[in-house]
Every structure is written in C-alpha cells, then in structure tokens.
Design a protein around this ligand. Structure first.
Ligand SMILES: CC(C)(COP(=O)(O)OP(=O)(O)OC[C@H]1O[C@@H](n2cnc3c(N)ncnc32)[C@H](O)[C@@H]1OP(=O)(O)O)[C@@H](O)C(=O)NCCC(=O)NCCS
Length: 197
C-alpha cells in the first residue's frame, strides 16, 4: 500500500473521516462557537475544495487517512480511528515531508490543538519540535476563527530518516491492529486488511 492522490470516490469517506477525527481531536478543547460551525456538511465542502491536493492511502472509496499540504504547512493529518497506532500516520507524514521538500520547503510547520496529547506525542516521536503556542486563523464557513494552537516545526532533510521507520511500523507487530475487524475494515468490501507493502 502506498500513499496516493485522493480520487472522487474518496470525497465522502474522507470528509466523514475528517469530521470524526476533528471531533476526536478538537471537540473537548475548543470553544463551543467553533465546534458549532464544524458540521459534517462543512467538512464535505472543505474536502471538495481540497481534494485535488489531498493525498491518502487505502482502497479508492475506502481511505484510511489523509494529509493536506498548504504552502510550508502540513495543514491536515488525519487517520481513521480504527487504524490509529498502525503506522498509517507515519507513512502519511513521510509522504508529506517529501512533498514539502520537493516544493523547496526547508522548515515545515504544523498546528496541533493545545491539549491534544496524542497528536503532540506523534509529532514529538516523528521529529517535530514544539516551537511555541500561537493564535492562528482557522477557516470556518464564511470567514475565519482565531484558534490557539501549539506550533510544531521540523527542518526537512533528504532522504527522510522516517522513511525507514514507516516501513518498520507497517511490517511489524502493530500491523495486527490494522487487521482487526471494524467499520473501516468492512469498507474493504469483504477483504481483510492485507500486509502492507
Ligand atoms: C494525530 C494522528 C494522525 C496520529 O496518528 P496515530 O496513528 O494515532 O499515531 P501513533 O499511534 O503512531 O502515535 C501516537 C502516540 O501517542 C501515544 N498516545 C496515545 N494516546 C495518548 C494520550 N491520550 N496521551 C499521550 N499520548 C498518547 C501513542 O501511544 C503513540 O505513542 P508511542 O508510539 O510512543 O506509543 C491520529 O491520532 C489522528 O488522526 N488524530 C485525530 C486528528 C488529529 O489530532 N490530527 C492531528 C492534528 S496535529
């Protein structure tokens, strides 16, 4: 399995994955005024606009996660909750970093919601450094909302030292996580998740 461009059949499942992941990551941490604007429809609209720049992995129409780059920012990184802990996020991050590097970015950044310990731990273990807390404008229907975040940064090198780690994680014991039955596994049209290559 490799990271690939998102396709039209991925739109609806990616929007739902994004919506669900946003609720997991942000809902307990952000003001109600922002949460109220993060409807499933809003994610469908945003994903429809972003789709040509989104990279994902998994079968077409049943994506397991995605990333989205914006200028020098790893703007979005989400993994289906059924597949977290299985190395998917590392694989997506390696792909995102390679693309940022190809675009001439030497130091990338990403925004992590303040208090999202899992995302912060993921950033830390993949070589991102907490630069500072800051307030950034986050897109909402019809405008922008000021959101306090932890800004993580990473100097990029070629080749990414995380490429090897992605390979290890995907072929190691953690793969059994991805083999378990679950809603996402069912989306493989009856196929079980195969060893990733
Ligand atoms: C962030 C995300 C992409 C990371 O992918 P993942 O598959 O969950 O990442 P991993 O499991 O490889 O790494 C998470 C780490 O956090 C640890 N962790 C899990 N829950 C934790 C918690 N409540 N507190 C602290 N650490 C936690 C895990 O043990 C793991 O660390 P380890 O490998 O040292 O054991 C994924 O969790 C996700 O989609 N979350 C929702 C959306 C989101 O937060 N996006 C990122 C915004 S910056």
């Amino acid at each position: 399995m490799s990271v690939r461009p998102a396709q039209a059949p991925d739109l609806a499942p990616l929007a739902r994955l994004w919506w669900q992941g946003w609720r997991d990551a942000y809902l307990p941490l952000v003001p109600k005024a922002l949460a109220a604007r993060r409807t499933l429809d809003s994610f469908i609209d945003r994903m429809a606009l972003a789709l040509p720049r989104v990279r994902t992995l998994g079968p077409v129409g049943a994506p397991l996660g995605f990333h989205l780059i914006k200028d020098d920012e790893l703007n979005q990184l989400y993994v289906d909750e059924e597949y977290r802990g299985a190395g998917i996020a590392t694989m997506l991050t390696v792909d995102a970093e390679a693309r940022l590097l190809d675009a001439g970015v030497t130091t990338a950044w990403l925004a992590c919601p303040i208090g999202n310990a899992r995302a912060a731990r993921f950033c830390q273990k993949t070589g991102w450094t907490l630069a500072r807390a800051q307030t950034i404008p986050t897109e909402i229907p019809g405008g922008w909302y000021p959101l306090k975040i932890w800004r993580y940064e990473k100097p990029l090198t070629q080749p990414s030292p995380w490429a090897d780690r992605a390979e290890d994680e995907l072929s190691g014991p953690s793969l059994s996580h991805g083999e378990r039955e679950g809603p996402a596994a069912k989306r493989w049209e009856g196929e079980r998740v195969r060893p990733l290559q």
